[in-house]
Design a protein around this ligand. Structure first.
Ligand code: PLP
Length: 275
């Protein structure tokens, strides 16, 4: 069961207008929630980010945040979802194709669940990555539908026979195709500051809180691709990847090439936040 334009209905009964600006311009925003044990993880943080993305691109949310929460919870119940994800997107609405914001279009909310499982094998065994220039715009903090550079980056990784891509601007590491990246060097945890160049990941925030509660030294400070290759541990964070170690980048092993002890500690602590 999906939710589209004020009602719950089967996917096949949804008819999307070619005039939807999400379709023409990627003119919309979205969120992806993890569902653990039938409940939305970090619901409030995701809702705040949704609200912020909407207000920054000047889309008026079609419902209050509380109402959106109710819709998503009902969606979970209707689908009897225990573990998976909930996707929600809001486009600016339907209007004949023209760049200016339409005067009267009503924003359209689409939401559905998936049963995508936790990536247990990748979290345990780690993944490999390549580095690639970050060619995105300068508001990567907004979770908009304009994901073509992200999909191209992910495909470049797959074409190279690895799972992920580490994006950088002139050698400064920003994030990955759909996750944030952190490295540990000499017991200090580094990650790019939460400015306009990265998405302010909810998982990133949870991991930073956990690291602080473990009395790890945390620096929201950018690092270069060279520094990354010399790190003791590297991992990515995200709603779907949770905390996944990166063991090899551009064909070079990170440290001894196995998941590091601090990464594993953070993974254990992260599980405790929803188990
Ligand atoms: N960075 C990008 C580009 C993303 O698309 C995502 C998630 O989809 C993240 C980071 C991680 O954010 P979160 O932890 O909120 O899922």
């Amino acid at each position: 069961m999906y939710f589209y334009k004020n009602q719950f209905l089967p996917k096949n009964d949804i008819h999307i207008s070619p005039d939807d600006r999400g379709y023409y311009f990627g003119d919309g925003i979205y969120e992806v929630f993890r569902v653990y044990q039938g409940t939305l993880y970090e619901q409030e943080a995701h809702m705040q980010r949704l609200q912020r993305s909407a207000s920054e691109v000047r889309i008026e949310l079609p419902y209050t945040i509380d109402k959106i929460g109710e819709i998503l919870t009902e969606l979970i119940h209707k689908n009897a979802l225990v573990e998976g994800t909930v996707y929600v997107q809001i486009t600016r609405g339907e209007a004949p194709r023209a760049h200016p914001f339409p005067a009267h279009a009503e924003p359209v909310l689409l939401a559905y669940c998936t049963t995508v499982p936790r990536p247990v094998a990748a979290m345990q065994q780690g993944i490999q990555a390549i580095t690639l220039a970050d060619i995105r715009w300068l508001r990567c903090d907004l979770k908009t539908l304009n994901l073509l550079p992200n999909t191209m980056a992910k495909q470049a990784a797959l074409d190279h026979g690895v799972q992920e891509v580490v994006l950088h601007r002139d050698g400064i590491v920003t994030e990955c195709s759909a996750s944030n990246i952190m490295m540990i060097k000499d017991n200090v945890l580094y990650t790019h500051p939460a400015n306009h160049l990265i998405l302010h990941g909810i998982t990133r925030a949870v991991v930073l809180r956990l690291a602080q509660s473990l009395e790890m030294n945390v620096k929201e400070q950018a690092f270069t691709t060279e520094q990354l290759l010399l790190a003791d541990e590297v991992f990515i964070t995200g709603t779907t990847v949770e905390i996944t170690p990166i063991l090899q980048i551009d064909g070079k092993r990170i440290a001894n090439g196995s998941p590091g002890p601090l990464t594993q500690t953070l993974q254990r602590e992260f599980e405790r936040t929803f188990a």
